[in-house]
Design a binder for this molecule. Structure first.
Ligand code: UDP
Length: 219
């Protein structure tokens, strides 16, 4: 039996939703649930849903030949900061995916992904590091997705779309299909509000809402 240690980093909403998938994934590989812990730098309890909660320093001190962690925190800036810290300390990025996800042909996905139940990735797709695809999200053919991108539940990302690093796509957003050689582009750090229907490019750092999605202006 492996004595590697596995962690879900973040014991709040995102982490608690990912933990059962992580446990099932390890169980299917014959790895005991006792090898799986939460890491949280501000723990609210010592045990959450049956798993120990360790501070990061405690996780590093726990005897184990290899350590793996999935960063289960929706905020992509925090994910990037923690990813650097883990890399420096030899904690390997760990991808956790529900058993029922669908991945079709030629999908290249970076380390540390979190793929929730009913996620579908169709064909000829490139995805960067530490991608979060929450419940029922899909990515259609020929999309290119950067690092630290976050999909809330039910995102419909149609074909030939480029999503740059750190973009956040809200619950139920629909992104219109681009064209081969002329993709629809959602820029770095852009935020797409929940339920938005994105019909044209979104500039970097811009928040868009509504149908058709337009830049958000506070009234
Ligand atoms: N957290 C952490 N280290 C950090 C930043 C956050 O352990 O550097 C933890 C934080 O204590 C909290 C969780 O990550 O328990 C983030 O929870 P939050 O409810 O903010 O977000 P979500 O679970 O929705 O991503």
């Amino acid at each position: 039996m492996s004595t590697s240690l596995f962690a879900v980093y973040g014991a709040s909403g995102c982490g608690r939703s990912l933990m059962p998938l992580a446990r099932a994934q390890l169980q299917s590989q014959g790895i005991a649930a006792s090898q799986l812990v939460f890491i949280d730098d501000n723990p609210s309890a010592s045990v959450v849903n049956g798993h120990k909660v360790l501070r990061y320093a405690e996780f590093l001190q726990t005897e184990a030949p290899l350590r793996h962690a999935v960063l289960a925190i929706a905020n992509s800036e925090i994910r990037e900061r923690l990813a650097k810290r883990c890399l420096e300390d030899g904690v390997a990025p760990w991808t956790v995916a529900d058993a029922n996800i669908v991945i079709m042909d030629d999908v290249d996905i970076g380390g540390g992904a979190a793929l929730s139940p009913f996620v579908t990735l169709t064909s000829n797709i490139r995805i960067g590091k530490h991608f979060h695809a929450n419940l029922y999200s899909y990515v259609e053919h020929d999309c290119v997705i950067g690092d630290f991108v976050t999909f809330a539940p039910g995102v419909k990302c149609n074909g030939n779309v480029v999503i740059e690093d750190h973009a956040y796509i809200g619950t139920g957003a629909v992104i219109k299909q681009g064209k081969p050689g002329l993709p629809l582009v959602i820029g770095r750090g852009a935020v797409v509000g929940m339920g938005a229907v994105v019909t044209r490019d979104v500039p970097a750092g811009t928040t868009v809402v509504g149908n058709p999605a337009k830049p958000f202006q506070k009234v």
